[in-house]
Design a protein around this ligand. Sequence first.
Ligand code: MRU
Length: 349
Amino acid sequence: MTYTKKVPQSVQWNETHIKLLDQTKLPLETVFIDLFSIEDVWDSITTLKVRGAPAIGITAAFGLALSAQGYDVTSIQEFKERLQKDKEYLASSRPTAVNLIWALNRLVASIEASKSVNEAKTTLVHEAIRIQAEDEGVCRQIGKYALSLFKDGFKVLTICNAGSIATARYGTALAPFHLAAQQGINLSVYASETRPVLQGARLTTWELLQSGVDVTLITDNMAAHTILEKGIDAIIVGADRITANGDTANKIGTFNLAVLAKTFGIPFYVAAPLSTFDVTLESGKEIPIEERNPEEVTHLGGVRVAPEEVKVYNPAFDVTPNELITAIITEKGILQGELRTEIQQVFER
Ligand code: MRU
């Protein structure tokens, strides 16, 4: 396997600390940082050192397990109370990706039956490791299903980075490209740069180049022209939260691409694990959309490009309505048609 050797795992558990690939430094530097405290973990998620819905969930799970190792208490009740507080703290690091709270809830639930503090400490670490291991298998399966939708020679457009470094491994929207490269299937990827933080330009191109995938970078405003001129066959994106009716929150700019897909009559695919679904929400209107620091918009590479006094609107995500989505590719199969029913059924399986 070419790529697994070259694309490092973005989150690694190291018993006394978490080793994290600092994604803000890519592609110029491949730097790993060590996180020793829950504050380090919160900060790394907030500042996008780790980003991408599944990777955020995995990091938070390890962060909660790490913090709990240091609880100097003997009562399991007291242990659970402290865990609950730490869970809420980590959950406040980013609001949109539901994998964050999903993973934290899984950790808390894992120690429900624990009788002693020592048992609970071990269980938490095991559960976090399990979440990461499961995600790798899930992403590989998503990649297989997604690849079945693409023919040799297809040109596919994507946005942001829903790749290996945004998950345990392989990615969601990028998984089919990694698998295609391994199998000698030729796919060409067009990566939209993804302003304001440039996950497409910095991360997706870096990741796919290492796998030997044919990747071409475009700026976000080149999408319509590129679809027309280059004959893009499909668009595939990741997701941060999918509601019961199939509405999908993903990186800002995703909605634009879905509108373009409809205009040009090409399929628009969402690739996401079941851990990204939030079926407690009826529709995308209920998804909390993160607004980030105006400096992400007024500055480029630390250099101001807009007037000091300008007002800024900087939503990090948008919601693509279900009617613009051709299919949602999950580890349990490809959901298409009446998405609400399909989603309900996949959770009953
Ligand atoms: O702000 P980010 O970089 O965390 O946003 C990431 C995305 O929007 C991804 O597409 C999504 O989390 C899926 S990652 C497999």
